[in-house]
Design a protein around this ligand. Structure first.
Ligand code: NDP
Length: 338
């Protein structure tokens, strides 16, 4: 790996790969997309043709037995991530897996530990921590610009585009629901900015028309070990809400708008005793940065932007939020020993 380049296989003929990850992989010198796996032969072929990918297959074995393939990007529905990641690890391939990593905490821990044991790089594709806006926010917090952090609020209520209103809103067995889809990203973002893991959560979830058998909206409050409180709101049904976040501290507040998104957009400002200051940030592509960090990890230079443990922890928080919403109880987050 390294000098001769990295040939990737896409596990899943998905929209996220088509819209973001194929170009992100190709943006890294030495990386290319060699194969795509789909459960449907015709879809595999047309996807491969549309994206100029050499191999189209419905056979995981065929893809994993190709010694040229060094890494896989898994972006199937959530129920398939675990078996596919385990097969790839068994075959000695590095893995970049979509969130949520799995359907249960045990599975998520298992796949991350298996990759560690095999000495393989394992990343979780949490895009937000790769955004220039979020990198700037994280630096403001860690450099002490807002003093001691008191609280954080995350606004991530969006309208799920019609084209995505499939398994996410009607198939619990595929991993549908706004909690595995969006709360998991917010958990990663909160951990990234505050540098600590939520301890306990309370939550109320609803299905307000779009979700069939799964929640389509949720609000939750989390306690952090330092005493910071966090409030988050995720939804598939809010057509006109702005996304954003606020982090409030003893010396100032960070306010960000339109930053819970796949695009390098939004605004960030710092409010303190001297007034309101606009914070500049880089406008690079989020997914290309994620791939760049994965490439460095393959070369032994650091870790993926979000690694396997990050993926387990964001999922653990989402599972606790769902349990709290279902039981109505204040729920401790179980991180599965990671
Ligand atoms: P899609 O619904 O596009 O793809 C999921 C699976 O559905 C594919 O593997 C494919 O199966 C099947 N599929 C795709 N298109 C069609 C079609 N036209 N007709 C029939 N079946 C189809 O999912 P997403 O790309 O939205 O999400 C995939 C994963 O990526 C999820 O785990 C999700 O949580 C994650 N994700 C992450 C994002 C991020 O920013 N990190 C953003 C969006 C999604 P097959 O492979 O068998 O052909």
């Amino acid at each position: 790996m390294g000098g001769s380049g990295v040939h990737w296989a896409l596990i899943g003929a998905s929209r996220i790969a088509a819209g973001h990850m194929i170009s992100a992989i190709r943006s890294i010198p030495g990386h290319d997309v060699k194969a795509v796996l789909s459960s449907d032969a015709a879809r595999a072929r047309s996807y491969a043709d549309n994206h100029e990918i050499e191999t189209a297959s419905t056979d995981m074995e065929q893809i994993l037995s190709d010694p040229d393939i060094g890494a896989v990007y898994i972006s199937t529905t959530n129920d398939k991530h675990y078996p596919q990641a385990m097969a790839a690890i068994e075959a000695g391939k590095h893995v970049l897996c979509e969130k949520p990593l799995a359907m249960t905490l045990l599975e998520a821990v298992d796949m991350v530990r298996a990759a560690e044991r095999a000495g393989l790089v394992f990343g979780t594709n949490h895009h937000l921590r790769n955004a220039g806006s979020h990198l700037a926010i994280r630096d403001l917090v860690s450099d002490g610009h807002i003093g001691k952090v008191l609280s954080m609020r995350v606004f991530h209520a969006v309208y799920l585009p019609e084209v995505l209103q499939g398994w996410r809103i009607n198939d619990a067995s595929a991993g549908g629901g706004v909690i595995p889809d969006i709360t998991v990203h917010d958990a990663d973002t909160v951990r990234f900015h505050l540098g600590e893991d939520p301890s306990e959560v309370v939550a109320i979830a609803t299905s307000s028309g779009m979700g069939q058998g799964v929640e389509d909206s949720v609000m939750s409050v989390w306690s952090m070990p330092s005493g910071v409180t966090v409030q988050t709101h995720e939804s598939f049904t809010h057509a006109f809400a702005e996304t954003g976040l606020e982090i409030h501290g003893t010396k100032g507040s960070i306010v960000a708008r339109n930053v819970m998104t796949q695009r390098p957009i939004g605004e960030v400002w710092l409010q303190d005793a001297d007034g309101r200051h606009a914070i500049p940030f880089s406008g690079h592509d989020l997914y290309a940065r994620s791939m760049g960090e994965f490439d460095k990890a393959l070369k032994g230079q650091g870790r993926p932007a979000a690694d396997g443990v990050d993926g387990v922890k964001s999922f653990a928080v989402a599972l606790a939020v769902r349990e709290a919403a279902q039981t109505g109880r204040r729920t401790s987050v179980d991180y599965g020993g990671v």
